[in-house]
Design a binder for this molecule. Structure first.
Ligand SMILES: NC(=O)c1ccc[n+]([C@@H]2O[C@H](COP(=O)([O-])OP(=O)(O)OC[C@H]3O[C@@H](n4cnc5c(N)ncnc54)[C@H](OP(=O)(O)O)[C@@H]3O)[C@@H](O)[C@H]2O)c1
Length: 230
């Protein structure tokens, strides 16, 4: 299996590299030229393609021959970085490749997600502030996902809860809608978010799904497992 990781030098990207190498996958990573050094510990074990992830030429080169593409979608700046990245992957990955994208719970595929007032207010404030400072444009991540959802490619959009560092606890559990009780704890280890992304490559049940994930050892996940086995 040849896997291309777009946004490989970030925290999520590096965990995904580790999971892929553990599985014996061949890895090609794309990251900004200034971040190539962050991947030094993988030297000789992965191929690095330096460049902006929204550059179609960079992405075309990186995804050539890839069976799977793992894309970290982050809406940096106010120049459509996220939607440009998603579009480049959709345009240049092989039609039968498995495409797995990361984002947060705030993305809704069908409008059926139920958010707490705290979550909605926090998102509105952070979104406004980040856009005003021209740091991040959350609406562009929404646009990126709209294009992915409309695509006929074999995609999965993994929606992460709040994240924390720490040892792996195992594969996160998921639900189709934020607001479902199993997700209430709203916390996942970043290493396990990466695990879910990599496992999604080989899980046909996740094609055309937008799973919202939560740690499998989180209280809400454990409570759900308890109900299932009762
Ligand atoms: N953080 C959270 O609490 C949280 C919660 C839910 C979901 N998520 C999702 O998880 C994924 C990873 O998020 P993360 O917070 O853990 O970040 P991360 O893995 O550290 O990744 C950040 C990525 O953005 C790149 N980046 C940073 N600054 C940039 C800039 N100015 N221009 C272009 N690229 C830039 C980084 O590349 P360099 O290495 O080149 O800097 C890296 O590839 C995202 O899809 C996010 O939506 C995050």
């Amino acid at each position: 299996m040849r896997v291309c990781i777009i946004g490989a030098s970030g925290k999520l990207g590096q965990y995904m590299i580790e999971h892929c190498l553990e599985r014996g996958y061949e890895v090609v990573g794309v990251c900004r030229p200034k971040s190539v050094g962050k991947l030094d510990r993988f030297r000789g074990r992965i191929t690095v393609v330096p460049g902006p992830t929204n550059d179609p030429r960079v992405i075309r080169q990186a995804v050539a021959g890839a069976d799977g593409v793992l894309t970290v979608l982050v809406p940096w700046g106010v120049n459509d970085y996220s939607s440009g990245t998603a579009q480049a992957v959709l345009d240049h990955a092989a039609p039968n490749a498995r495409l797995v994208f990361s984002c947060g719970w705030h993305i809704s595929r069908d409008g059926q997600d139920v958010y707490s007032k705290t979550f909605t207010r926090g998102l509105a404030i952070v979104g406004w502030l980040a856009r005003t400072l021209r740091l991040v444009d959350i609406d562009d991540q929404v646009e990126a996902c709209r294009r992915i959802f409309a695509s006929e490619a074999r995609w999965t959009v993994v929606r992460g809860s709040d994240l924390e560092e720490g040892e792996s606890q195992g594969l996160p559990v998921w639900s189709r809608h934020v607001g479902d009780p199993i997700l209430e704890s709203n916390l996942t280890r970043r290493v396990d978010f990466a695990l879910f992304m990599v496992e999604a490559l080989t899980d046909p049940d996740l094609i055309h799904e937008a799973p919202a994930i939560v740690g499998c050892r989180s209280p809400s996940a454990l409570a759900h497992q308890g109900e299932q086995s009762a």
